[in-house]
Design a protein around this ligand. Structure first.
Ligand code: ZN
Length: 413
């Protein structure tokens, strides 16, 4: 079945079973199919949350009967209550399949050994873990928070690849450095990064590749739609859609909600629609992921636009009308390596998203690098030039910013 046919069936299914989408689509013409998807309304996480009741903890977009649901994941929910993500057996199968495709793009081969470091627990990452056996890898789950155990596994089991968050990859590299553990000389030849933006920042990536002696590629998904939907290939120029045929991607202007063509270099918010989902399908879901599109043909031969995540709306600050992603600030600062460690912290002057300039940015120096006012000035100038935001750069000694073994918080209050 083509995507266009799958989309027509998905919309008919929504109109039949989803109270949420019957309301939302009332008065809209769905007859244009996938080609006219941009004329249909967008869906936000907040809207879904508002339909949750004690009687229906999933929300009014639930389509499946209770006995059809084989698994329920939770999202951590930055604002308190978790939200629940139900999956039918076919949904779960699609999640694993798209995750397998996304991670396989990295070049890992059946028969190789892979160590994973997710503490999946109640979270959707659990479905991604099943992808590694699906690819044909020997999967060694280690989890987060026990770096000693991770290093022992690398030493004794000699894995070909490790899966981790970018923050944990950096943390583990420093940990190994302190203890004289030679990661670059280990068996690990591929680092598969996911869970937060950052794995594509050039300076950060270069530092990880050198320290680990491994090739770094990224993968990305979103729990509401599919845990791993995008994965980068060995050419390392943005993530391919591993979810092709299962989800449909679009780009929008985050301010106006208007559709943007997925042309090379285009930037905007990623919007995803399910094409074959059963339990609680979503139509034009705003992911809050801001991406840059790569549309030139990839030498690997995979087709379709690729994306690189620049940052998430949840982390974004607005400084005198300019949108600033902390990860973008980190990217600019990272280019000053080897003088800086790559760790930064942005302090908000006032609560909320809108900030008055200059934006206070603490930049950690590399080990044994003395403080130098000229360096602070140069970093400030580069931030202003690249991001059009005035920053007040404070250099701090190596080791003064907090490291994360999971996901970094770049904003401190
Ligand atoms: Zn490729």
């Amino acid at each position: 079945m083509s995507d266009a046919e799958a989309f027509r069936e998905q919309v008919a299914y929504l109109l039949e079973r989803s109270a949420f989408y019957r309301d939302k689509l009332a008065g809209h013409d769905t007859g244009g199919g996938l080609a006219a998807i941009a004329t249909l309304p967008l869906t936000t996480k907040q809207e879904l949350r508002e339909t949750v009741t004690p009687g229906n903890p999933f929300g009014a977009h639930l389509c499946a009967e209770p006995r059809e649901i084989v698994r329920v994941y939770s999202t951590s929910g930055t604002t308190g209550d978790p939200s629940y993500i139900p999956l039918t057996a076919s949904d779960l199968e699609n999640w694993i399949e798209t995750s397998a495709r996304s991670y396989a793009a990295s070049g890992v081969q059946p028969g190789e050994r892979i160590v994973t470091t997710y503490n999946a627990g109640p979270f959707a990452a659990g479905a991604a873990l099943a992808a590694f056996e699906r690819i044909g890898l020997t999967h060694v789950p280690i989890g987060t928070g026990n770096t000693e155990r991770l290093m022992r596994a690398i030493e004794l089991l000699r894995p070909d690849a490790v899966v981790m968050t970018p923050s944990y990859a950096a943390y583990a590299l420093e940990w190994a450095g302190h203890r004289g553990f030679d990661l670059a000389g280990s068996s690990v030849r591929r680092l598969l990064l996911a869970g937060e933006p950052g794995g594509g920042e050039p300076a950060f990536r270069a530092a990880l590749e050198q320290g680990w002696g491994a090739r770094v590629t990224e993968a990305m998904g979103i729990g509401d739609i599919g845990v791993s939907l995008w994965g980068e290939c060995e050419h390392q120029d943005g993530m391919h859609l591993g979810g092709a045929g299962i989800v449909h991607p679009e780009l929008i202007d985050p301010e106006t909600g208007g559709a943007l063509p997925m042309d090379d270099g285009a930037r905007g918010e990623l919007v995803l629609s399910h094409l074959r989902h059963r339990a609680a399908p979503l139509l034009r879901f705003r992911t809050r992921d801001h991406v840059e599109v790569r549309a030139k043909p990839c030498p690997c031969g995979r087709s379709g636009p690729r994306v690189r995540c620049i940052g998430r709306t949840d982390d974004m600050l607005i400084v005198r009308g300019v949108n600033v992603f902390p990860s973008a600030v980190r990217e600019v600062v990272g280019a000053f390596a080897p003088q800086v460690s790559g760790q930064i912290a942005i302090r908000r002057r006032s609560p909320g998203v809108k900030q008055e300039p200059p934006l206070p940015v603490r930049v950690e120096l590399a080990r044994d690098v003395p403080e130098d006012p000229a360096l602070a000035e140069a970093i400030g100038a580069r931030v202003r030039e690249a991001l059009v935001v005035q920053a007040d750069v404070e250099l701090v000694p190596w080791g003064s910013l907090r490291r994360s073994e999971y996901k970094s918080k770049l904003i401190e209050d």
